[in-house]
Design a protein. Structure first.
Length: 359
């Protein structure tokens, strides 16, 4: 039996980032298939007016599209091969969305589009990880020749190679660009100063890469939480991408739970996550219920499934505090302050409709 539960949030960066990429790829394929079905049902004349990438891709013809599929899958395999020095092969291959069963051109186009987006995301993840590990794997490690493999021959080459490692992250922050300029402007004979500045440049680049990856992991974690809860059959309120960056609260529940739901509170500063069952009440009805204990027992039996679902995707919740059901009273929260879920909204709309009809 379990009442309020506290757990420490621990993420495996690469697994979380790959899991997030896999979820986005699967969502893109699903959305593309749904869009393809909608377009297929439209009149041919109107379809020509729809400015959609799926239609454009499909219009190239079946054979050309199948060649695109093969080329995209070959590019994915190349990325997977290049990544083996950084991650286990199964981690990256598991991100690949399923190939469509049919030869429908619109579905194939949706698949190609999602694969291209996935490859771009995976490449960025791997380049960032490569830059993060430059001391472990050596400065020659790179993906698809993104970084020159030639041996260093001087300070300028060193700077160019270091900056090339984070080129995929966009514009250089001022604190990195300024050090790079100092090195370029340093007198040729002042090797000691150049060496010190180069060390400083490495440190600033390292901090930049760590910060970028940490933010990406936190954003992917929010997506993983949402998708894992949905996969387990819960209704979930909208999860902010900053949940694990700024902290916050997420409510979720199953259909049929009546006024009960689970509140998940994330404290980004401490890395802790708290779960507790709550009951929505009206202002005039805030009495305790014998059903509170049963609601906590029910959540207790389901909690391990959530732990496992998150763990598979790289999020580990180490439980540090777990109270028995009934040890603390279930928190009562005014219904007006809680999110509305689908069955509640349907019931509310039905009630309003009946009221109008009665009038």
């Amino acid at each position: 039996m379990s009442g309020p539960t506290t757990a420490i949030f621990v993420a495996d960066p690469i697994t979380v980032l790959f899991s997030g990429a896999a979820i986005r790829a699967a969502q893109a394929v699903y959305a593309g298939y749904a869009n393809a079905a909608d377009l297929r049902d439209e009149q041919q004349g109107h379809r020509a007016l729809v400015h959609n990438e799926l239609v454009t891709a499909a219009s190239s013809g079946g054979e050309a599209l199948r060649q695109e599929v093969q080329a995209t899958e070959a590019e994915f395999d190349q990325i997977a091969s290049l990544a083996m020095r950084l991650v286990a092969l199964d981690k990256i291959t598991s991100t690949r969305p399923a190939h469509p069963d049919s030869n429908d051109e619109l579905q194939l186009a949706a698949y190609v589009r999602s694969m291209r987006a996935l490859i771009k995301e995976l490449r960025s993840i791997l380049l960032t990880e490569s830059a993060l590990r430059m001391d472990d794997l050596g400065q020659e490690v790179s993906l698809d020749n993104a970084i020159d493999q030639a041996a260093e021959t001087g300070s300028k080459t060193t700077v160019q190679r270091l900056l090339a490692r984070i080129a995929h992250l966009g514009e250089l922050p001022q604190e990195i660009a300024s050090v790079a300029k100092e090195i370029a402007d340093a007198p040729f004979m002042d090797s000691e100063r150049v060496q010190l500045l180069t060390t400083e440049l490495r440190l600033r680049i390292q901090k930049r890469v760590e910060a970028v990856q940490a933010q990406a992991v936190q954003e992917a974690s929010a997506l993983i939480l949402l998708q894992s809860l949905k996969d387990l059959g819960y209704q979930v309120e909208e999860v902010s991408s900053t949940l694990f960056v700024e902290g916050g609260v997420v409510h979720f529940r199953r259909q049929g739970w009546d006024n009960y739901m689970v509140k998940m509170r994330v404290d980004a500063k401490t890395g802790t996550t708290n779960f507790n069952v709550i009951r929505a009440v009206e202002e005039a009805n805030n009495e305790r219920s014998v059903l509170d204990h049963l609601a906590e027992d029910r959540w207790c039996s389901e909690f391990p499934a959530l732990l496992q679902a998150l763990d598979v995707r790289g999020i580990h919740l180490n439980v540090t505090r777990r109270l028995e059901a009934g040890e603390l009273p279930v928190q009562l929260v005014q219904k007006a302050k809680l999110p509305k879920f689908e069955e509640e909204e349907i019931a509310e709309r039905t009630t309003k409709l009946q009221t109008r009809e009665l009038k």
